[in-house]
Design a protein around this ligand. Structure first.
Ligand SMILES: CCCCCCCC(=O)SCCNC(=O)CCNC(=O)[C@H](O)C(C)(C)COP(=O)(O)OP(=O)(O)OC[C@H]1O[C@@H](n2cnc3c(N)ncnc32)[C@H](O)[C@@H]1OP(=O)(O)O
Length: 194
């Protein structure tokens, strides 16, 4: 069973999302926004190492393979890890809008158990925008990009300023990210923005 709560129904004044003219081209890898990110960071040993690509319109696709460190029950992915994969994929839609946004609400349906070693094929799309509120939906399929849906989610992301991160993050990590001599990495740590 799945159903979206009223909190995730776009209001009457919501508009269709607009792909930013400088959004990455369809098929272009989005890359990690921060090396230590649990979702996409290459320097995060127990992370998902999720790889996302821009799609058409305001969509992205992504893949992640469930590792032994991601188990809940023996040999099965932990539900929170699968929710993280959906959240990360939905979060990467910010690259298409060129908007910095964080998850306000994430509603998840777990439809099939997902064994360790499985690759989850994820797809996410922005469905509506109302002011700072960004409504989106995602699926994770198994067995291939057209396989059965194992997990799905609806989400509300809320646009924030970069100070959301710099004011609230632990000072050690903020300082390290701001001191990164690589200008692109420095910007990407906080902004889902090329
Ligand atoms: C760099 C990006 C990496 C991406 C990684 C993947 C994404 C993530 O996991 S981000 C991390 C997890 N998320 C967070 O830590 C966010 C924590 N929450 C917050 O900081 C705040 O609650 C925040 C920013 C969401 C909203 O606060 P604030 O900016 O004060 O806005 P606020 O006025 O409360 O809400 C704005 C609108 O959103 C709505 N809204 C906010 N939260 C929710 C919610 N949970 N459910 C429904 N609606 C909500 C409000 O009702 C309001 O609507 P309206 O404009 O119609 O009145």
């Amino acid at each position: 069973m799945s159903g979206t709560s009223p909190a995730l129904q776009p209001p009457a004044d919501a508009v269709k999302p607009v792909r930013h003219p400088d959004a990455p081209a369809p098929g272009e890898p989005l890359g990690a926004h921060y090396g230590q990110c649990f979702g996409c960071g290459g320097d995060q040993p127990h992370g998902l190492h999720l790889v996302a690509r821009a799609g058409d319109g305001v969509t992205v696709t992504a893949e992640f393979t469930v590792q032994p460190a991601h188990q809940g029950a023996p040999g099965l992915a932990h539900g929170g890890v699968l929710a993280s994969a959906l959240d990360e994929t939905l979060g990467s839609l910010g690259w298409l809008l060129r908007t910095i946004a964080v998850t306000g609400r994430l509603e998840t349906d777990f439809l099939l158990p997902v064994p360790v070693g499985t690759t989850l094929y994820l797809e996410a799309e922005v469905t509506a925008v109302a002011g700072r509120k960004i409504y989106s939906t995602a699926t994770g399929r198994v067995g291939g990009p057209d396989g059965p849906v194992a997990v799905r989610a609806d989400a509300l992301f809320v646009e924030v300023k970069v100070e959301h991160f710099t004011d609230h993050g632990r000072p050690e990590e903020i300082r390290a990210a701001l001191d990164d001599p690589d200008q692109v990495r420095r910007a990407r740590a906080f902004e889902v923005n090329p």
